[in-house]
Design a protein around this ligand. Structure first.
Ligand SMILES: Cc1ncc(COP(=O)(O)O)c(C=O)c1O
Length: 380
């Protein structure tokens, strides 16, 4: 049987990982500045993470959500403590798209309304509502098309106010990434997020903070929306939550009330996923990773700026993007094939850096030296 060929692949087979490094089947070592797509939060095969999953697997891996699963409550408690959102409620699922799907659905149940505001260059996932709220017609199937979603310009308060003045009373939710990832590392301004908060309050709409990529400590605060000093009604999470184990979830404000059967999933919140997610939070807490992210992120940005050749260096914490100049347009490919460094990208010319939250300064130096060497090639 063939694999369904939907991914353009690099010709690399990774067989082993430790911290911010991975090795291929020829034992070549690569620096991972991509975090396996913003997923690796506490580093590959962190010993505490591996042990916690093994211990859980020895006890029980899965039983359905029809019985009590105390490790779900342990995860909720730890998540409340580390994120500072103790009074929120937790619903667990398996991926980022599923988290946003449930967030949007819940907002519609809660308000009894259908309209949703999303933003230009947004990415919220590939399932039905999540993809409908994603600004990329190329991945929206005809069956996902809906008039319920309006795409407004990102960081434009005036257009948002105008939209609400006309449609606010029918609007269920605004869904927004605090830092757009797939869209090219675009940071939402504090003013914009504050305007979303106050318009949602005024018109009774639900503020959904998509924290799938920019959340879970990556920005230097637990949710990137925290930088603006606002509280969203629902936060979606996935990627870094399980350090590679598939787990996602939403944090739900206390005023949104649950009803039996309203949301549900077979696998969400299973014992193994909770063990993985708890291990991540324990390491984040123990190693004070959010502070580490703020410091190493500032170091990375300073080093990138010092290079002098990269344009529009932007982002927060360890979610950094820059524009690649025309004379270095093969940089991403060269970093991988010549220097064995993985990076992310956003079309047409953005490199996205999404390393593990515990990357060390010396690993960042390896990356910077690789870029320097490509600058020298471009200048020669
Ligand atoms: C901001 C954001 N939301 C949602 C998703 C979808 O997550 P998943 O691929 O786990 O469904 C992504 C994935 O890249 C994302 O970046």
């Amino acid at each position: 049987m063939q694999l369904f060929d939907v991914y353009p692949l690099n010709d690399v087979t990774i067989v082993k990982g430790r911290g911010s490094y991975v090795w291929d089947d020829k034992d070549r070592k690569y620096l991972d500045m991509y975090g396996g797509h913003a997923v690796i939060s506490i580093g590959h095969t962190h010993p505490h993470y591996v042990q916690r999953i093994k211990d859980q697997l020895d006890k029980i891996g899965f039983y359905s959500n029809s019985i009590k699963i105390p490790i779900q409550q342990q995860l909720a408690d730890k998540l409340g403590q580390v994120s500072g959102k103790n009074d929120y409620q937790l619903f667990l699922c398996n991926s980022g798209a599923e988290a946003n799907e449930n967030a949007l659905k819940l907002a519609s149940f809660h308000t009894g309304r259908k309209k949703v505001v999303a933003f230009q260059k947004s990415f919220h996932g590939r399932t039905s509502l999540a993809v409908a709220a994603t600004d990329n017609p190329g991945i929206v199937a005809p069956v996902n098309e809906t008039d319920n979603i309006s795409f407004l310009p990102f960081n434009n308060v005036e257009t948002l106010e105008k939209y609400f003045a006309e449609n606010g009373k029918e609007t269920a939710a605004v869904i927004v990434e605090g830092i757009q990832g797939v869209g090219g590392i675009n940071v939402a301004t504090d003013e914009f997020l504050q305007a979303i908060r106050s318009l949602c309050d005024e018109y009774g709409a639900v503020y959904i903070a998509d924290g799938v990529q920019c959340g879970y400590g990556r920005s230097g605060k637990f949710f990137s929306h925290d930088h603006a000093g606002v509280q969203a009604d629902i936060y979606s999470m996935a990627k870094g939550m399980g350090n590679g184990f598939p787990v996602g979830g939403i944090l739900i404000a206390p005023n949104i009330k649950p009803k039996h059967g309203m949301l549900g999933t077979t696998f969400g919140g299973n014992h193994l996923a909770c063990a993985a997610a708890l291990a991540v939070l324990e390491v984040m807490e123990q190693d004070n990773l959010m502070q580490h992210v703020a410091e190493t992120g500032a170091y990375l940005v300073a080093q990138l700026k010092d290079l002098g050749c990269l344009q529009n260096i932007r982002g927060r914490g360890l979610m950094i993007g820059f524009d690649v100049p025309e004379e270095m347009k093969t940089l991403k490919k060269d970093l991988l094939s010549k220097h064995f460094v993985f990076t992310g990208e956003a079309k047409p010319n953005v490199i996205r850096l999404l390393p593990a939250l515990n990357i060390r300064k010396e690993d960042i130096d390896v990356f910077i030296n690789a870029v320097k060497s490509e600058m020298a090639v471009a200048a020669s």
